[in-house]
Design a protein around this ligand. Structure first.
Ligand code: SF4
Ligand code: SF4
Ligand SMILES: [Zn+2]
Length: 262
């Protein structure tokens, strides 16, 4: 049934529009109003889904606390994301793009001063004991933040390569000018790409963690903690954390996992 009238102002729609199923007329205010309504509907739907999730999560957490003999007042509840770990061999095109990217970085190492180092937006208070604990949190999530590593070439920058050159004596020196051998550095980075990595994530992201050795990784890879994890670390460091900690992993408004962090 073709739409006959503008859903906003009620005027009769021209025949050409009724055939397209467009439900607003050609007036800009009607178009904007229609777009606003659509946006509000989507927002409302998302809020409802979130509220349903939160209510289901609260019940699950409640049961979990009872089953484990824990008091809600003793608990730090850390909500984290969750990602699937479907793996596949990276397409040839991604590998050649990455190789090209590394070559470009190496050829412009002298521009390091102009480069803005990628830093974590969160001010996380580092602490060795809590840093160790974060492994359990991140393992439960399976590395959501590493997905951004696809877009940003594993966050590698000139800064990273210069640090890697300094810290890795096996990067051979190519000539009497003491310039690093680009091929050896590029080949080292390429050699650590696993045969299969998490589909559409960083090339080094695998189901069992990061395949790139720590001394070759970008600084952000060891500095970044997502908001909730960062808040928890800060509380732990400043002595505000409660006695027990449980993590809850959520994906698309579904509770995937709930566990006690030791
Ligand atoms: S920092 Fe947060 S998003 Fe990243 S792996 Fe750890 S829990 Fe997941
Ligand atoms: S290099 Fe490792 S830690 Fe960094 S984004 Fe990729 S998988 Fe994550
Ligand atoms: Zn109208």
């Amino acid at each position: 049934m073709p739409i006959q009238n503008c859903s906003i102002c009620g005027t009769t729609l021209p025949q050409a529009l009724t055939l397209t199923q467009q439900s607003y007329c050609q007036k800009i205010e009607c178009k904007l109003s229609w777009q606003r309504n659509q946006h509000n509907k989507i927002h409302q739907h998302r809020s409802q889904q979130k509220a349903l999730y939160e209510s289901a999560r609260d019940k699950r957490v409640q049961h979990f606390l009872v089953a484990n003999n824990l008091e809600a007042s003793d608990i730090n509840l850390v909500e984290l994301p969750y990602v699937d770990t479907q793996s596949s061999a990276p397409p040839e095109e991604r590998l050649s793009d990455f190789r090209e990217f590394l070559h470009k970085l190496l050829q412009t190492l002298d521009e390091v001063e102009d480069e803005t180092l990628i830093r974590s937006p969160n001010k996380t208070l580092e602490h060795s004991a809590t840093a160790l604990k974060t492994l359990e949190f991140c393992a439960s999530c399976q590395g959501k933040c590493c997905h951004k590593g696809r877009q940003y070439h594993s966050f590698l920058q000139r800064h990273t390569l210069l640090k890697a050159i300094q810290e890795n004596p096996h990067f051979s020196i190519a000539n009497e000018l003491n310039e690093p051998n680009p091929e050896s550095i590029v080949e080292t980075y390429l050699s650590h790409i696993p045969e299969e990595s998490i589909t559409d994530s960083c090339l080094y992201h695998t189901a069992s963690g990061c395949a790139l050795p720590g001394n070759l990784r970008a600084n952000i890879c060891s500095e970044f903690y997502c908001n909730n994890l960062s808040d928890f670390i800060n509380k732990s460091v400043s002595g505000e954390a409660k006695k027990h900690t449980i993590s809850v992993n959520e994906q698309n408004n579904t509770l995937i996992n709930i566990q006690i962090i030791q």
